[in-house]
Design a protein around this ligand. Structure first.
Ligand SMILES: [Zn+2]
Length: 197
């Protein structure tokens, strides 16, 4: 199985940042997403997992280009043998962790359920934001990267950068390592699930 890691947004993307906190600190989402992506990539590669970073650039790569890169790889490996994980930080004043997949019952839902289990295990003190009416916890939307990728895609929203306690968590090195370790644990389980299908 091939694991593809996407880190959303670029250095110049407007809006994708926390407020300036009283101590003068401000979290930029592009930097957080890339830091988590790099940590996840490093551990997976060291474990021998076939893993690729879709966006090595620091600038914003358009969704169309990111999808083109993903689908090019998926064509070679076979879409069902790929899993794309798109890493983000949330905004809008809530709290907790959530994941998104495309609309409808797809293989991505099964992968997302594994992510929710690992997120709940890694962050027992944090709220898991679920959407249960369709029988699984993930939220579903026609986000471009979910809809247009040919392989299963899970988009993770790793806490709220505009909520003080959440932002403090994802600002800290230890918090970031927990987020990265949680992704690694989920991805390793997704690979096992895929290989045993
Ligand atoms: Zn984002």
């Amino acid at each position: 199985m091939k694991i593809l890691i996407d880190n959303g947004h670029g250095k110049e993307t407007p809006g994708k940042r926390s407020p300036v906190w009283p101590d003068g600190s401000q979290l930029y989402e592009y930097e957080f997403n890339r830091d988590i992506a790099r940590r996840v990539y490093a551990v997976l590669t060291a474990r021998g997992v076939d893993c690729e970073l879709i966006v090595s650039e620091i600038c914003d790569i358009s969704l169309a280009e990111r999808v083109r890169r993903v689908n090019k790889i998926a064509r070679v490996v076979g879409p069902s043998n790929c899993l794309l994980v798109s890493i983000h930080a949330n905004a809008g004043g809530g709290t907790g962790w959530e994941a998104w997949t495309s609309i409808g019952q797809t293989e991505a839902d099964n992968y997302a359920t594994i992510f929710y289990e690992e997120a709940a295990r890694a962050f027992p003190e944090k709220r898991m934001r679920k959407d249960m009416p369709d029988g699984d916890p993930d939220k579903e939307e026609n986000f471009y990267i979910l809809k247009h990728t040919s392989c299963p895609t899970v988009l993770t929203e790793n806490f709220f950068m505009d909520t003080k306690d959440d932002c403090k968590l994802i600002f800290s090195g230890s918090g970031r390592q927990r987020v990265a370790d949680m992704h690694v644990a989920a991805i390793v389980r997704c690979i096992e699930y895929h290989n045993n299908k």
